[in-house]
Design a protein around this ligand. Structure first.
Ligand code: ADP
Ligand code: G6P
Length: 480
């Protein structure tokens, strides 16, 4: 197998699962990275290298390259200690909290770092074996920040792009990392380093200048070997047309009706849909909702909050604590305010199929997206794409990348519970004309800046940079 476009991400788009009857299969992986990249991979006929999740011991088939629904997938194996030290440890116990504004306390362990280096090398070596001559390799996210440099050393002929799906932090936070210089040098192996927002790109360039000592000018870094690295923002998006089509299906319309009935035909449905992650502000939003019930500004007879939380990183302690806290709160709120057949909060701890997600988006009058920090937040864009009638309200945290584009949402500060409460009420009571004006504008934005435009922009920029700094023929980016 030799690939002209290789996507390298910690997760494959599908996860290995063992069913109740012991048979093994594949299920779509959680998270925004997979939602965004899957259509890009399909459109470009690329190959995706990644980890298939927690496959059972002895399930050797899980590590053979395979095709799933037209996608060419190459699994990488992590052993149990690497899952603990590289994935749960350095990636999600050190980097994730630091890059998300210290919403949780990061831990620093030298053996976690060693595992991070080891696993990054494995990804780089596999990518080096698979990439065709002069191929484009697009490396993704915080789990693989050393791969660009490792890969460049193995295969200087390649065009290497890197994209960070989460925020890149300001210097004060990044500098806490004992391995800060190695991480910056790892990223500089790429020709193009992409970020969600211009602020992330600027943080990176400033750190490279101050801490690695390379010359920089605006968004360019000049390396001593003559190579140039560009750092720029490419805000990610969704397959907007795909979501619209899904939402327009007959099955979805019927399901919307069923959902509303099952919830007792309330006047207003509030909806939260997230991975169960402490960055998402789920607890704060449910508290705001419960206080509105206590204050009598909302009543369970006409309002319900549906919270769908997809299980995530369940063996990491902070995630377990979060789950317990949220479930305790839901129990308390329902105990205090619910009536028979009318819960205040309808809570699901589950992954739901895409059609069901589209039905929930269509059923919801107010979508509540309240992260303390989020690279983009695709759920907000998915909601907008599914509002075919230009109605519905979006309450959105200022600290989500999506807030830069979706200016017509009710923008809130998730640390300000009173502000959030007022926004929830205003959004729920807004004039239909106001809703329609806001939603029309947001739908236009999401349609114009869809995931195809995102991938095209990144790949086109990658080709043009490589054209100016490499003495080789550059292929034009293929359309996503
Ligand atoms: P993150 O990448 O941090 O998880 P995003 O909002 O960017 O956050 O992306 C989340 C993706 O996961 C979206 O595509 C959303 O549709 C999907 N998702 C979230 N919750 C669920 C769920 N309960 N079931 C299925 N998919 C979900
Ligand atoms: C976010 C990250 C992805 C990650 C996803 C799911 O979207 O940016 O890199 O894959 O969350 O998290 P998980 O730990 O299950 O891969």
């Amino acid at each position: 197998m030799s690939a002209d476009l290789l996507i390298v991400a910690n997760r494959l788009p599908v996860d290995r699962v063992t069913e109740r009857d012991g048979s093994r299969g594949w299920r779509r992986s959680p998270g925004g990275l997979v939602t965004a990249l899957e259509p890009v991979l399909r459109a470009n006929d690329g190959t995706w290298v990644g980890w298939p999740g927690l496959a059972e011991d002895g399930d050797d088939e899980a590590y053979e390259p395979f095709e799933d629904d037209g996608m060419k997938l190459v699994p990488i194996k992590l052993d149990a200690s690497e899952v603990e030290e590289f994935y749960e440890g350095f990636s999600n116990g050190t980097v994730w909290p630091i890059y998300h504004d210290l919403v949780a306390k990061p831990e620093f362990h030298r053996e976690w770092w060693d595992a991070y280096v080891r696993v990054n090398r494995r990804f780089a070596e596999r990518a080096a074996e698979l990439a065709a001559e002069n191929a484009t390799v697009w490396v993704h996210d915080y789990q693989l920040q050393l791969v660009p440099q490792m890969l460049r050393e193995l295969r200087p002929d390649l065009l290497i792009g890197f994209y960070l799906h989460i925020p890149f932090p300001p210097a004060e936070l990044f500098l806490q990392l004992p391995w800060r210089r190695q991480l910056l040098e790892g990223l500089l192996g790429a020709d193009l380093v992409g970020f969600q927002l211009p602020g992330g790109a600027a943080n990176f360039v400033r750190l490279v200048r101050q801490r690695v000592g390379h010359k920089t000018h605006k968004d360019l870094v000049y390396l001593p070997d003559g190579r140039t690295v560009k750092a720029a923002a490419f805000p990610i998006s969704i397959d907007a047309a795909g979501f619209e089509e899904l939402a327009a299906g007959d099955g979805v319309a019927a399901r919307v009706k069923q959902l509303r009935e099952a919830l007792g035909n309330p006047r207003r449905i509030f909806l939260g849909v997230d991975r169960l992650d402490y960055t998402k502000g789920i607890y704060a939003r449910l508290r705001a909702f419960s206080e509105l019930l206590e204050d009598g500004r909302l009543d369970v007879e006409d309002a319900v909050f549906v919270q769908v939380a997809v299980p995530s990183r369940e063996r990491v302690e902070q995630y377990r604590i979060l789950r317990d806290d949220i479930e305790r709160l839901v129990g308390r709120v329902n105990g205090d305010h619910g009536r028979i057949g009318r819960p205040a909060i309808s809570y699901l701890h589950n992954s739901v199929p895409r059609e069901e997600m589209a039905a929930l988006y269509r059923a919801a009058d107010v979508m509540v997206v309240t992260p303390y920090r989020d690279g983009m937040n695709l759920v907000a864009k998915e909601y907008v794409a599914c509002r075919l009638d230009d109605d519905g309200a979006l309450v959105l945290s200022e600290f989500a990348g999506a807030a830069d584009e979706l200016r017509q949402a009710w923008l809130i500060n998730p640390y300000d519970i009173n502000g959030m409460k007022s926004a929830l009420v205003e959004a729920a009571e807004a004039d239909p004309k106001d809703l329609s004006r806001r939603m029309r504008a947001m739908r236009k934005t999401v349609r114009q800046h869809d995931v195809r435009a995102w991938a095209d922009a990144f790949l086109a920029e990658l080709s043009s940079i490589a054209g100016s700094s490499h003495d080789k023929q550059v292929r034009p980016a293929r359309r996503a």
